[in-house]
Design a binder for this molecule. Structure first.
Ligand SMILES: [Mg+2]
Length: 300
């Protein structure tokens, strides 16, 4: 028996003597575990989601910081410019509603406004920084009232080219008419704001009748009735927008696969009269995805 074993036995005997009942072998004092304390675990603080966690962050930075986005927008407008002579010369219309082709009528081009000719990414940036995760109509309307959106790259030059060619430029936007408490008598202050913004950045002069808002004359979100309004007097030679629905009626029931099928039915127009401006920040393309949208990620 070595010294270590003798020491263990002595400790055991001492323990028996002291306890008088249960036999147990105590560990040396310097190795004894600390007494079990009854403690309440400190609550784990859940970090508050910040701008870095906002799902819109990358897309908004891409809009604001990527030279690639600027080039894409300029290229889209350069393509529109190069297609314009043929669009004017060839018979036909870019509006599906203009089934007679508009022969004999003077030419018009139809533009969407937001993320087509005006860049509203500062408003989105404010929403990210303030932690506002969902669309806030009052904040949006405040932004519209500031008349501070800058033009999308390439838009001003193309609009000038259209005017040089005596093409009527019509803006059809889903900016919505809503009276403001400060002036409840004005049914559509957004019209004057948008007109001023377009003119301030060089997209004008825009005549009031060439800017058609949602809610004006009872017009709905679907832009078809407003296209019909233009068709009455003009042949629509080109359509430009950041959304599929700027070109033609697409319902919210149309999922991604349906949108692809519908788009494929109009290859001729995509290749001649329809121009899409890139917008990664929002749109029907994401609205139609089922929640959670991560379920729509492809891994193959
Ligand atoms: Mg738009």
């Amino acid at each position: 028996m070595n010294m270590r074993s003798i020491r263990v036995l002595l400790l055991a005997a001492t323990a028996v003597a002291l306890s008088g009942c249960a036999i147990h072998i105590a560990a040396p004092a310097d190795k004894a575990p600390p007494p079990a304390a009854i403690t309440t675990p400190a609550p784990v603080a859940t970090p508050k989601p910040g701008p870095e966690d906002d799902p819109r962050l990358l897309a908004t930075l891409y809009m604001q910081q990527a030279e690639e986005l600027r080039r894409l927008s300029k290229q889209a407008y350069a393509l529109a410019t190069s297609r314009l002579p043929a669009a004017l010369k060839q018979p036909g219309s870019s509006a599906l509603e203009q089934t007679d082709g508009g022969t004999g009528k003077p030419p018009a081009a139809i533009f969407d406004v937001d993320e087509t000719v005006l860049d509203n990414s500062p408003q989105q940036a404010r929403a990210i920084l303030s932690g506002t995760r969902h669309f806030d109509l009052s904040r949006w309307d405040q932004w519209v009232g500031e008349r501070a959106a800058s033009p999308m790259p390439g838009a001003v030059d193309f609009v000038k080219e259209l005017r040089r060619n005596k093409v009527r430029v019509v803006f059809i936007t889903n900016r919505e008419c809503r009276p403001r408490p400060v002036n409840p008598g004005d049914p559509c202050p957004q019209h004057a704001d948008t007109l001023a913004n377009l003119n301030a950045v060089g997209l004008g002069p825009v005549a009031p009748e060439d800017l058609l808002l949602k809610g004006q004359n009872g017009w709905p979100s679907d832009k078809a009735p407003r296209r019909q309004e233009v068709i009455r007097t003009h042949r629509i030679v080109m359509s430009l927008g950041d959304q599929f629905s700027d070109m033609m009626t697409v319902t919210r029931q149309d999922d991604s696969a349906a949108r692809a099928r519908i788009a494929a039915e109009h290859e001729d127009l995509w290749n001649s009269r329809w121009i899409i401006i890139p917008n990664p920040t929002y749109g029907q393309w994401v609205d139609v995805l089922p929640e959670p949208i991560s379920g729509s990620l492809r891994t193959k």
